[in-house]
Write a protein that binds this ligand. Structure first.
Ligand code: SAH
Length: 483
């Protein structure tokens, strides 16, 4: 290496807080003259960047970023290129090597290349839900920007068939919503709907959220660019709020006292019918391999206890059973109100109706739009100012023409002890993943509620919704969404 030899550190900063960045990664950032990374990642470590030249780039500028990093390092500088998690896992490392190969770089040339590992998203996300990755797992990115969907599809299918725990990276973005739905459909061919699924968003960052669900329901939750979806194998279970995939010790050893189960041999391949250990040798003796024997691979201790959960029972805890009891619970509340008679009450009602597949909600004198339009809708036709972009799932509507607004038709009326909020309505009806209103829930409520006359107009009386405990409704809601 000559005098002007530079150095390029390719560094993973982990999930995104100081506690989970390695000292080696920090040292690589410290020694750099020049730090390059995607804006979000630079922001996560910006307090370590004093006095350095920093280049932040957008998501789609990866190639320029890698080229700049290589060129600058080649000219003699120390450059640190950062990725979240591990730079070698869907990170910048691959692209850097492609650039190096293109320019004919050889070992010993400038720049020196150093890889610094980081905690990957699957590890950090797994740590927030338990131990889902204790057995074989596959990582699959659902981004079809650089990989054809047919390839991704085939990998999902193979991983599902192979009973791998599946970590879905890049599961969805604002524009990319279909891939995750398709992935769920494929995996469901091989696994029961009760298979545990964890959704971890922005692990170890300020916006961190962790959501437990199962294969049948996880699509109802918000899934975006910063989410990793962990889908259990057929062996995974939830125990005391922890998502666990067992290693299989229970197949071989008694979990009570560590003794070997009948037919098994300590530290020798698990014997089951048709496995490798039980097959006769076809072509003579196995060539002798030079393997160092590890003694005492299974060390018995009596300091830890493991009470084996009744896995079957956990799995049998089906949402159908829950929903039935929820229904039983809701029934008396629902029928309390009197059918189709004029009501005259002090109670303050809020009104709900539909516009373009979304919900329009009137509370006192404010109007809100809840959920996304299902078809292009001109709000002016209903007397409101148009909203610029329907990014938000919940917006306040501003009346443009009071006369038209007054003519709005509402289907149902609802009330709560302390007046209903738009957030509450959102929670009742909206599918979290794509912010659209569930037709099924809406129809269920309209079909199963009593009718009442209020101020001369007939409405559906949906007050029972406001009175049913949130947990009960959410169990019920999930079941309806599942149908
Ligand atoms: N190099 C990174 C992966 C980058 S790909 C790593 O090793 O972890 C980007 C995807 O990683 C995101 O779409 C998301 O699925 C996942 N991801 C990255 N950071 C995450 C975090 N803090 N929490 C949850 N998922 C994360």
């Amino acid at each position: 290496m000559n005098e002007t030899s530079g150095k390029l550190n390719i560094v993973g900063i982990g999930p995104g807080n100081d506690e989970h960045i390695t000292p080696a990664a920090l040292a690589a950032i410290k020694e750099a003259d020049y730090v390059i990374g995607y804006t979000t990642y630079i922001n996560l470590v910006k307090h370590h960047l004093g006095g350095k030249q920093v280049t932040r780039t957008g998501m789609t500028e990866e190639i320029t970023r890698a080229q700049t990093a290589v060129d600058t390092a080649r000219s003699g500088k120390t450059v640190t290129l950062i990725s979240s998690g591990d730079a070698g896992v869907y990170g910048m490392a691959g692209l850097v090597f492609e650039v190096l190969r293109k320019i004919g770089w050889k070992r010993g040339d400038s720049p020196e290349i150093k890889m610094v590992p980081g905690i990957t998203a699957d590890s950090s996300c797994a740590s927030l839900v338990g131990a889902p990755l204790v057995h074989d797992a596959a990582r699959i990115s659902l981004s079809d920007l650089l990989t054809p969907w047919s390839v991704i599809e085939n990998r999902i299918e193979s991983a599902a068939k192979g009973d791998f725990v599946i970590n879905l990276y890049n599961p969805a973005s604002g524009r990319r919503q279909r891939q995750i739905v398709e992935a769920a459909r494929i995996i469901k061919k091989y696994r029961p709907g009760s298979t545990p699924v964890a959704l971890v968003k922005s692990a170890y960052r300020r916006q961190e959220t962790v959501q437990f669900s199962d294969l049948d329901h996880f699509l109802e939750f918000e899934i975006g660019m910063n989410t990793t979806v962990i889908i259990g194998s057929s062996q995974s279970f939830v125990y005391e709020g922890f998502f666990v995939t067992p290693r299989g010790y229970g197949n071989k050893y008694s979990l009570e006292d560590g003794s070997v189960k009948p037919g098994q041999t300590r530290a020798i391949s698990l014997r089951v019918e048709g496995d490798l250990a039980s097959r006769p040798l076809e072509n003579g003796p196995i060539p002798s391999l030079n393997i160092t024997k590890i003694q005492g691979a299974f060390i018995r201790t009596n300091t830890s206890t493991f009470e084996q959960d009744d896995i079957e029972e956990t799995k049998a805890d089906s949402s159908v059973k829950n929903a039935l009891s929820a229904l039983e619970f809701l029934e008396p509340i629902r029928t309390k109100s009197n059918p189709a008679r004029e009501i005259d009450t002090e109670e303050e009602f809020s009104l709900i109706g539909r516009i373009g597949g979304a919900i329009v909600f009137k509370n006192v004198n404010s109007f809100y739009l809840i959920g996304k339009f299902k078809q292009p809708t001109d709000l002016k036709e209903f007397g409101f100012y148009d909203i610029p972009e329907q990014e938000n799932k919940l917006v306040t509507l501003i009346a443009k023409d009071e006369e038209i607004v007054d003519k709005l038709k509402f289907d149902a009326l609802i009330s709560l002890p302390n007046s209903t909020t738009p957030e509450f309505i959102y929670d009742l009806f909206v599918i979290y993943r794509n912010s659209s209103v569930s037709e099924r829930l809406w129809n269920y409520v309209l079909d199963n509620s009593n009718k009442i006359q209020w101020k001369g107009t007939e409405y559906v009386d949906a007050r029972w919704l406001g009175n049913s405990p949130k947990q009960v409704w959410s169990v019920f809601r999930e079941t309806i969404l599942k149908c």
